[in-house]
Design a binder for this molecule. Structure first.
Ligand SMILES: [Zn+2]
Length: 436
């Protein structure tokens, strides 16, 4: 459908033209076909739908570079615990009870929440990933999905099961599907769940399929300590040695990293997904983001799963990422509003392997954009648009969401998801998982 957004201010995430006032945006065939001064629409453009830009701000849809969408089912179910106890004693037993249909509804709930708070692309790794792919395909957002080649079950002790064949089959089934909205990477949970043999096999598989890897890296001090005890090496050295870093990588967390680790991230061009809320909530620590940015590492933002956040609202992550490092470093110049905005948009798209397609509002890019309702007391006067988005705006200010040229939300009404049904199904499933 051809869409014309009329008379709107645009925060583009394109360094060549960061803020454009009073423009018209034309959308055709899923892409941004032009951005022109208001009233200068090419004569041959025939819009089927017009959207007023009055009191609105257009910006790229946010990119959630690390999440586990269906963990919405475990929201508010196990909180205020250390990561290992939380993961092994609370989350893994609940996950053992999950069936495909649960993940389908949990993922739909997660997507509903993310569309309503302005996210248009995600990187997700979880269980029963066919269900997540189905939910992504039907709801219209864009995703980098990864399925693990190893499965871990925890009835008493942790058992690892080889499912490399299923992992490859998942890639062949979903990569490039949903009109190209789904990209598939390989999930490697972490260097503490995978041994070096499986790490090597996973990197070989990624190379053979010409794809990337999504992995949790150095989330806790314990992970670092255990790795040095077991290998006398940092998890990042293990990744470099086993070929994990030879392919594009989304490295989630990167909290407990040394200067040597930052050198490795830079050397192998590893993308960092910073998850400030999750890291704070699980008491994991604070990632040295200013140091990574200074070293030229591509830093993106993620919410992590709703079991450790406990929402999937990227506006909160942007806000926190911009504030946290100023406080810790006692320096108000660390992580500017502009940097936080870029982390949540262009950097995020690049991190999840979609930098050529999305993350920026520019003619030729995919039409993945959101409109904020700026006619609110907390957004007047707007003044600096980066500050307005990062320091003042809320996820609930997102009014309209467009992905791949399709309107997924208009005036806060979801177009591809029956919100009442999703809330009902997910709440029922959650009750069963928790045994209440
Ligand atoms: Zn995670």
């Amino acid at each position: 459908m051809n869409i014309l957004i009329e008379g709107i201010d645009i925060l583009t995430a394109d360094p060549a033209a960061e803020f454009i006032r009073n423009a018209d945006i034309g959308i055709a065939d899923g892409r941004i076909s032009f951005i022109v001064p208001a009233g200068h629409v090419p004569e041959d453009f025939r819009p089927e739908k017009r959207i007023s830009g009055r009191h609105r701000l257009a910006m790229p849809g946010l990119v959630n570079a690390h999440t586990h969408c269906a963990m919405t089912l475990m929201r508010n179910a196990a909180d205020d615990l250390p990561l290992h106890e939380w993961l092994f004693n609370k989350i893994f037993p609940m996950e053992d009870r999950l069936i495909d249909e649960d993940v389908y509804w949990g993922a739909r709930l997660g997507v509903a929440e993310m569309i309503k708070s302005g996210t248009t692309a995600i990187a997700d790794m979880y269980l029963h990933m066919d269900s997540t792919a189905k939910a992504i395909s039907e709801t219209g957002i864009r995703a980098n999905l990864s399925r693990s080649p190893m499965e871990f079950h925890s009835d008493g002790e942790l058992k690892a099961i080889d499912v490399f064949g299923d992992c490859e089959e998942y890639f062949r089934k979903w990569n490039g599907s949903a009109d190209g909205r789904i990209k598939v990477y390989i999930e490697v949970h972490s260097t503490y769940l995978f041994d070096t043999v499986s790490l090597r096999r996973a990197s070989d598989l990624a190379k053979r399929l010409d794809t990337g890897i999504h992995i949790h890296l150095l989330e806790t001090a314990k992970e670092r300590k255990d790795s040095f005890e077991k290998y006398n090496k940092s998890p990042l050295e293990i990744c470099a040695e086993t070929g994990i870093f030879d392919v594009p990588v989304i490295g989630a967390h990167l909290v407990h990293i040394s200067d040597e680790d930052i050198g490795l991230l830079k050397k192998y061009d590893v993308n960092a997904a910073h998850n400030p809320t999750s890291n704070l909530k699980l008491g994991s620590g604070i990632s040295p983001v200013p140091e990574m940015l200074k070293a030229g590492i591509n830093v993106a933002l993620g919410t992590d799963g709703a079991a450790s956040n406990n929402n999937l609202n990227m506006f909160e992550e942007m806000h926190l990422a911009a504030l946290l490092h100023k406080g810790i470093g006692q320096d108000p110049e660390l992580v500017s509003a502009r940097q936080a905005f870029m982390m949540a948009t262009a950097n995020g798209a690049r991190a999840i392997g979609l930098g050529e397609e999305t993350g920026v509002i520019r003619a030729g890019m995919k039409a993945d954009l959101i409109l904020l309702d700026m006619d609110k007391p907390h957004l007047v006067p707007m003044n600096d648009p980066f500050s307005a988005v990062v320091y003042s705006a809320q996820g609930s200010d997102v009014d309209t969401v467009i992905v791949d040229g399709n309107i997924l939300m208009e005036r806060r009404e979801l177009k591809t998801i029956d919100e009442e049904r999703v809330k009902y199904e997910a709440a029922e499933i959650s009750r069963r998982l928790l045994g209440v």
